[in-house]
Design a protein around this ligand. Structure first.
Ligand code: C5P
Length: 219
């Protein structure tokens, strides 16, 4: 049974805290990205962690040269339990982030920071440029031993292939709910180390708690 990750892409702190508290019984991990951090500040990560006790992953899809990636990772992992980066920028850029995570993990081995790398995105446009190179990116994820990869629930056959290629990495997979991914097919591929990511289908629902409960039960 994969775990449930809430993509909390709301633009208001009050709403973010309210939804994360209401759904926390059913949600295993919370993913925060640019929408919420730009609408508030990076400290929102700590405030949500404090209110819910959940792991918070920052989805910044970091995609820069190694020295800039290093700076972004240092700032982010000071608060977050994990960070999402792009793989297409190459192994040196990803390694720069992994090195920062290792430094944090030396100081606090009980709460290891996670580095999660995007392979192929879940939207239609990802088939133009990302899909043709995604298998190689997944292979790099396995070689580098990143903790996890992002792969699409909108394309279960690709999800299966990328998970197999990336080897030991767990998978976090967006696309179920608003993007129309077929959860039944996704559940044939993912296991207990993996996460199904659901955003709008929970936070835009008139009753986010009920929706989170429904997804948790479906998983
Ligand atoms: O609202 P929805 O359930 O579609 O949210 C999906 C989340 O996953 C969003 O936060 C989106 O930015 C993110 N994401 C994605 N595809 C990727 C990586 C992240 O949809 N490959």
């Amino acid at each position: 049974m994969p775990k449930l990750m809430l993509a909390l892409d709301v633009l208001d702190e009050f709403e973010a805290i309210k939804i994360s508290e209401e759904t926390s019984e059913y949600v295993d991990c919370i993913k925060i990205g640019y929408p919420l951090v730009l609408a508030t500040d990076l400290g929102i990560v700590k405030r949500i962690k404090d209110k819910t006790g959940k792991e918070v992953i920052c989805d910044f899809k970091v995609a820069d040269i190694p020295s800039t990636n290093e700076k972004i990772a240092k700032l982010t992992l000071n608060y977050a339990d994990g960070i999402i980066c792009q793989g297409f920028v190459g192994p040196d850029s990803v390694k720069a982030i992994m090195d920062v995570a290792k430094e944090y993990n030396k100081k606090d081995p009980k709460n290891p920071k996670k580095v999660i790398m995007v392979t192929e995105m879940s939207h239609g446009g990802a088939t133009s440029f990302m899909q043709p190179i995604a298998n190689e990116i997944a292979k790099m994820a396995g070689d580098l031993k990143v903790n996890g990869i992002v792969a699409p629930s909108t394309r279960p056959a690709r999800l299966k292939e990328l998970k197999e290629i990336a080897n030991n990495a767990f998978v976090i997979s967006p696309g179920v709910g608003a993007q129309g991914g077929d959860l039944k097919e996704v559940l044939k591929v993912l296991d207990e180390n993996d996460y199904v990511i659901v955003g709008r289908a929970i936070y835009l629902n008139e009753n986010p708690k009920e929706s989170a409960k429904k997804y948790k039960e479906l998983l």
